[in-house]
Design a protein around this ligand. Structure first.
Ligand code: 13P
Length: 252
């Protein structure tokens, strides 16, 4: 099965609008059309940056995404951003279920399932993030936890909806810690996740869905990770804030 690699930068809560615009310009200078033929590229920018980035990215082949959306359609949720608002920018993609949202904002699998529904209603492509904490891995519960995150977040979807989703495995203990999962550790969970998807949605979807790895991906380890049979690219945090590092990962 030929799955096109995707390298996505998650900028998290970083950069002022000016600094962000400069970073985006540097990225655009470093990533060429030929790179995008080899690998899809997306940038998940802060909400405040989206409109201006949308103008700059137009025609570049790089996709624009947001890092979150609310699970309700609209209403009295001061400070929140709906999927419909994102689609009106327009952005094409949205991250749902990032571990920082789960950890610091109490987002549960069932809330994330609702967010996915809102995103899909607005034709946004979802990158659904999942992954275990260090404690869960050390107590050997990681497979069970990851399976539950996939089941509770995704199993209500139709096959049609599922076929357009992207997954991102991000072990919490590897995020921003400099500690990467070994290529073997990541491959194990990716293969297992693909099995979970296969069990529910069948072979065609399981073999075509892209599963990204995230957690301290750098130019120095990207190639080894991306060479694994079930790893279809990366979701990059820290290294995505440096135009050279990010473009090196895209080219890895
Ligand atoms: P780091 O690459 O900084 O570890 O972050 C990974 C991540 O959370 C991407 O969403």
């Amino acid at each position: 099965m030929n799955r096109k690699r995707l390298v996505a930068g998650n900028w998290k809560m970083n950069t002022s609008l000016n600094d962000g615009f400069q970073l985006l310009s540097d990225i655009l200078e470093n990533i060429k059309e030929a790179d995008i033929e080899q690998s899809d590229v997306s940038i998940f920018a802060p909400f405040t940056h989206l409109k201006i980035f949308q103008n700059s990215l137009n025609g570049s082949g790089i996709k624009l995404g947001a890092q979150n959306c609310h699970h309700e359609k609209s209403g009295a949720y001061t400070g929140e951003i709906s999927a419909e608002m994102l689609a009106s920018v327009p952005v094409e993609q949205v991250l749902i279920g990032h571990s920082e949202r789960r950890q610091y904002f109490g987002e549960t699998n069932s809330m994330l399932a609702q967010k996915i529904d809102r995103a899909l209603e607005n034709d946004l492509q979802v990158i659904y993030c999942f992954g275990e904490t260090l404690e869960e891995r050390e107590s050997e519960k990681h497979i069970e936890i990851v399976t539950r995150q996939l089941e509770e977040g995704l199993f209500h979807l139709t096959s049609d909806q599922m076929s357009n989703l992207i997954l991102a495995y991000e072990p919490v203990w590897a995020i921003g810690t400099g500690k990467t999962a070994s290529a073997g550790q990541a491959q194990e969970i990716h293969a297992e996740s693909r099995n979970v998807i296969r069990g529910k949605f069948g072979e065609e979807i399981a073999s075509s869905i892209r599963i990204l790895y995230g957690g301290s991906v750098k130019p120095s380890n990207a190639r080894e990770l991306f060479a694994m049979p079930d790893i279809d690219g990366g979701l990059i945090g820290g290294a995505a804030l440096d135009a050279i590092s990010f473009s090196e990962i895209v080219k890895a």
